[in-house]
Write a protein that binds this ligand. Structure first.
Ligand SMILES: C[S@@+](CC[C@H](N)C(=O)[O-])C[C@H]1O[C@@H](n2cnc3c(N)ncnc32)[C@H](O)[C@@H]1O
Length: 350
């Protein structure tokens, strides 16, 4: 009998080569997005590598290797004479129009994030947060103290919200509430969409660093800023009262179970008896569930990134979240399934 090690099949070999070189694809994507290559192609149409190198003040020979690789994975189209043309994929990475997948790519692959992966073996041995070991501070303070990182992070989050919110609004009736508060709501894209669609009142709660620019963003989404009260503070200190429903999207996943329980206790104290807490998340699939969501996101892979960058358990399974919330005095009412990787769980006070 031959074993897989003696005679590995072609598919398995290909998978291993692809996995070991996937970081190259990430880096090519990062550097091209950061240099604005996709913006130039979008604004000016196809161009030679020499023209692109001149405009980005880079070495044309090295840039050619990178752009050719991107053409090999269908991000760009390579034409004769080292000319590159934009594609449907490169269009998604344009960063000079509105929040896009390009901002998310730059946030996830920026050097401070990359540094966290470099110290992963040491962080695993010590049981510490890799990002904090590498950068001597947490990911939020890091982002908020560095202008480029802050802007990129904020736009990355706005992009994710923008691409997932429609499916959520279809799947869940926020009209049953008088006032909805988004805790850790970033620029307010989600709460603006909820208020717009369902006519309820909104509260946005986040750190002062982020909330200071939220008013402008909410306005840019076509929502009268007066319809959303912006409150700032630290969720570990207290959560403001005034809402009959709290939503938390991709927020609690950044925290450890102990931290999450402190946050949930503060949410509980802020809600009326009949109040609801709606957890909005991508959930890591259970062993027998599909691993890839309809929008192509693999929560089990993304969860590692969150876990390397933050103190949290990363994205958890629905069962893990349920146990965490039940320990904190909440009771699961229903699971909300949307048409994308953002799902939800509605909890009442137990
Ligand atoms: C991963 S982002 C998610 C943002 C938004 N909910 C979304 O899905 O786009 C986490 C948010 O939590 C906020 N945050 C982090 N620590 C916080 C704290 N201690 N108190 C309040 N908000 C905090 C951050 O500023 C950021 O906007």
């Amino acid at each position: 009998m031959t074993t897989a090690t003696q005679n590995p099949n072609t598919e398995a070999k290909q998978r291993v080569f692809d996995l070991m070189l996937t970081f190259v694809k990430s880096q090519c994507l990062y550097v091209s997005t950061r240099l604005g290559i996709f913006n130039l192609l979008d604004d000016q149409g196809q161009q030679s590598v020499a023209a692109l190198a001149q405009q980005t003040k880079t070495d044309p020979e090295r840039l050619y290797f990178i752009l050719r690789a991107l053409a090999h994975v269908d991000v760009l189209e390579e034409k004769p004479n080292r000319v590159f043309a934009p594609t449907e994929t490169s269009q998604l990475l344009v960063t000079n129009k509105s929040p896009s997948a390009g901002h998310l790519a730059m946030h996830l692959i920026e050097p401070a994030q990359w540094d966290a992966w470099k110290v992963l073996p040491e962080a695993l041995e010590k049981g510490v947060v890799p990002f904090e070991l590498a950068n001597n501070q947490g990911v939020y303070p890091y982002c908020y103290e560095n202008e480029w990182s802050k802007e990129t992070f904020i736009k990355a989050m706005s992009f994710l919200t923008g691409s997932q919110v429609e499916g959520l609004l279809e799947a869940y009736d926020f009209g049953q509430y008088d006032t909805v508060m988004d805790v850790g709501g970033g620029q307010g894209g989600l709460i603006a969409s909820i208020v717009q669609r369902y006519g309820c009142k909104g509260i946005l709660f986040d750190l002062p660093d982020v909330a200071s620019t939220a008013k402008q963003y909410i306005k840019s989404q076509g929502v009268e800023p007066a319809r959303i009260e912006i409150k700032t503070g630290d969720v570990f200190e207290a959560v403001p009262k005034g809402a009959d429903a709290i939503v938390m999207k991709h927020f609690i996943s950044a925290w450890s179970d102990d931290d999450a329980m402190k946050i949930l206790a503060n949410c509980k104290a802020a809600l009326p008896e009949e109040g609801r807490l709606i957890l909005l998340q991508s959930f890591v699939p259970d062993i027998d569930e599909p691993k890839t969501e309809a929008d192509g996101i693999m929560p089990g892979i993304f969860a590692v990134q969150i876990n390397v960058a933050t103190p949290g358990g990363g994205w958890r399974t629905k069962g893990q979240f349920q146990a965490l919330f039940e320990q904190s005095g909440f009771q699961l009412k229903r699971v909300i399934k949307t048409n994308n990787s953002l799902s939800g769980m509605e909890f009442s006070l137990a």
